[in-house]
Design a protein around this ligand. Sequence first.
Ligand code: SAH
Length: 242
Amino acid sequence: MFVSTKSALWFLILALTILLFFPVMFAAEDGYALKRQQMVEQDIRDRGLKDPVVLTVMRKVPRHLFIDESLRSRAYGDHPLPIGEGQTISQPYVVALMTEALRLKPGDRVLEVGTGSGYQAAVLAEIVKAVYTIEIRKALADQAAERLAALGYRNVKVKYGDGYFGWEEEAPFDAIIITAAANHVPPPLIKQLKEGGRLIVPLGSTVYFQTLTLATKRKGDLDVEQISPVAFVPMVGEMQKR
Ligand code: SAH
């Protein structure tokens, strides 16, 4: 068979690229996949969380891509991490705990208050049809929107604003998750929750500790169940005026 020197050269370059880069790419991906796997087993499953959908999603979402490059080696540790502007990405166990408590269904439309890095929104977006997330700090809202789009999350909408007032145009929601400490549940959010819908919120003092609280809307009112003690950054804006 006749092969020109030029095409032989191209073939060689191609073969070398595949040989050299693919193992590197897989090794890097595998390194994180392994850490994610360990995180899910030790810090989430062994602490009693069982929902197979939530566990699968926590094994999948690349948490290291939601934080600054300088912190990546700690991305899968059992703790929150700084994300700039004095804010934090929650501990993986808390993200899983809140997600599981909402008992989500694939067709659900979910509202999140406190986008932060966008990680919790990505976890939700892997499970439900549509996620609407609000962030009060412009720089964080912009960065999260960009990041979620780059990662291909087309079912997440990010809004810059005060989540106290919810997202009227997109209401009602099947579930609402507040990822900043609140001393009461904002009435607009109760209104925007469907009958039978679930809302989870770190409720209590906005400056110290709170109780992770799950509320179900029944006949317009909230049925409340306390889950566990937590420590979140405070919800600011309208929440602080009341
Ligand atoms: N869910 C985020 C972490 C949340 S940290 C993640 O996965 O990374 C809490 C976030 O709530 C912060 O980014 C903070 O700026 C935001 N926040 C505080 N008060 C808010 C409000 N009233 N409306 C919307 N976002 C608020």
